[in-house]
Design a protein around this ligand. Structure first.
Ligand SMILES: [Zn+2]
Length: 407
């Protein structure tokens, strides 16, 4: 399995200028490739091959006066940019032909200097390296300072340098995971858990734990709101407004980082402690809601569940999403009696049949675990039969639990 590790970079002024040049060259080569394909299409000719484009747009272009500056950046960066254009077209045609999952893709667009995200990629043959003092040494850019927030578990196969909308630089390394080391890090366990994505909490677990976003995230969110309010008060086109906008972009980035960190910590903990994890399918969850009941956590849940999915695959855990609309807050998790709908302000209730006192959210999490077939009876045998294996893309359409698990 391949994973990305991202670290903040602090290039100095000279390195920033070199990076800007490299982003620019990569963009020009990408756009030249898009133009070459568009021209071929307009002329009714076959698309130029990758080798043709490389020769024409990189090797030969460098010796022309209009493109001589391409020689100032690493050739690998330019080749990778051509690859990106190629892949963008491949994805576009696959999307047209219906062989690619997800939303329909548009035709590749020209890149602009004004794009919020600029990036270049160095593969192993670009001769980049990490110096003894921990700097990232990039060809024709120099040894850039890195903030290593965690250790790289293996030697990366490539590095992408990104500049985001807030003007920050990052290095994103691709690492192949080591299955033996992963198994040693998270040995098998017997425990299973159900997760209810609640309205009052970020998540409630079937063991009764209630999880809220941490204080560092709430603080970042507050700062973002304040920056947004300030921005809305600034006059359009003024210098103050431009400054306020950058402030909002920075606050936005901080919130996204803090949220990602929270999701990483929580998903790793849940995967580490449980062999089986059950969670509601988000599409179904949204259906069961009124507009009024839309939760502030809605956006974050998708990222969190995606982390659970890839970590379950990486560490050999079973993740089951419940794709059927279950009235999880209306059914007693002990005796199965359906008690009927309750308004959102009813946080607890007592089952009329078995007299069990329920916390609304914990009871829902218990029902989710039960529906996934992960609940275990007193004698240790599973209560319900094994769920049917299903493909991920079918989630929510067939009403059966979906199992995400390493092959
Ligand atoms: Zn009951």
């Amino acid at each position: 399995m391949q994973l990305r590790y991202r670290f903040r970079l602090y290039p100095n002024a000279v390195q920033q200028a070199a990076l800007a040049r490299a982003f620019g060259c990569a963009r020009v080569v990408f756009n030249d490739a898009v133009r070459a394909r568009e021209d071929a299409r307009a002329a009714g000719q076959p698309f130029p091959t990758a080798a043709d484009l490389s020769k024409k747009l990189v090797t030969q272009a460098k010796i022309t006066p209009e493109r001589s500056w391409l020689g100032e950046v690493s050739a690998v960066v330019l080749q990778q940019s051509l690859r990106d254009a190629e892949r963008a077209y491949r994805n576009f045609f696959a999307s047209l032909g219906g062989t690619r999952r997800g939303p329909r893709l548009g035709a590749p667009r020209f890149k602009s200097r004004k794009d919020h995200r600029q990036s270049i990629r160095f593969t192993a043959n670009a001769r980049w390296n990490i110096t003894g003092s921990g700097r990232l040494n990039l060809p024709k850019i120099g040894a850039v300072k890195v903030r290593w927030s965690r250790a790289l578990p293996a030697t990366p196969s490539s590095v992408t340098v990104v500049k985001d909308a807030a003007g920050r630089f990052f290095a994103s390394f691709v690492i192949d995971t080591d299955p033996a080391a992963d198994a040693a890090r998270m040995p098998e366990t017997e425990t299973t858990i159900g997760i209810d994505l609640g309205l009052t909490h970020f998540a409630v677990l079937s063991d009764g734990t209630k999880i809220d976003s941490p204080r560092f995230l709430r603080r970042a969110e507050k700062k973002l709101k304040k920056a947004q309010r300030e921005l809305s008060r600034k006059q359009k086109g003024s210098k103050n407004r431009a400054e306020a906008r950058l402030k909002v972009a920075r606050a936005h980035a901080k919130v996204a980082d803090a949220r990602r960190e929270f999701h990483h910590q929580l998903s790793t903990k849940l995967i580490s402690e449980n062999q089986g994890i059950a969670v509601e399918d988000l599409a179904v969850k949204a259906l069961a809601r009124t507009r009024l009941a839309k939760s502030v956590h809605d956006a974050g849940w998708a990222q969190f569940i995606n982390m659970l999915i890839y970590k379950a695959e990486r560490y050999g855990r079973t993740l089951i999403t419940i794709g059927r609309f279950e009235p999880t807050s209306q059914v007693c998790s002990i005796c199965g009696t359906k008690d009927g709908p309750k308004p959102l302000n009813v946080r607890g209730w007592t089952c009329a049949a078995c007299d069990t006192r329920h916390d609304r959210d914990t009871n829902a999490a218990l029902n989710i675990r039960q529906a996934a077939g992960l609940a275990v009876s007193a004698c240790g045998a599973p209560v319900s039969p094994e769920p049917v294996l299903a493909q991920r893309e079918e989630t929510g359409s067939h009403g059966l639990p979906t199992r995400h698990r390493a092959a």
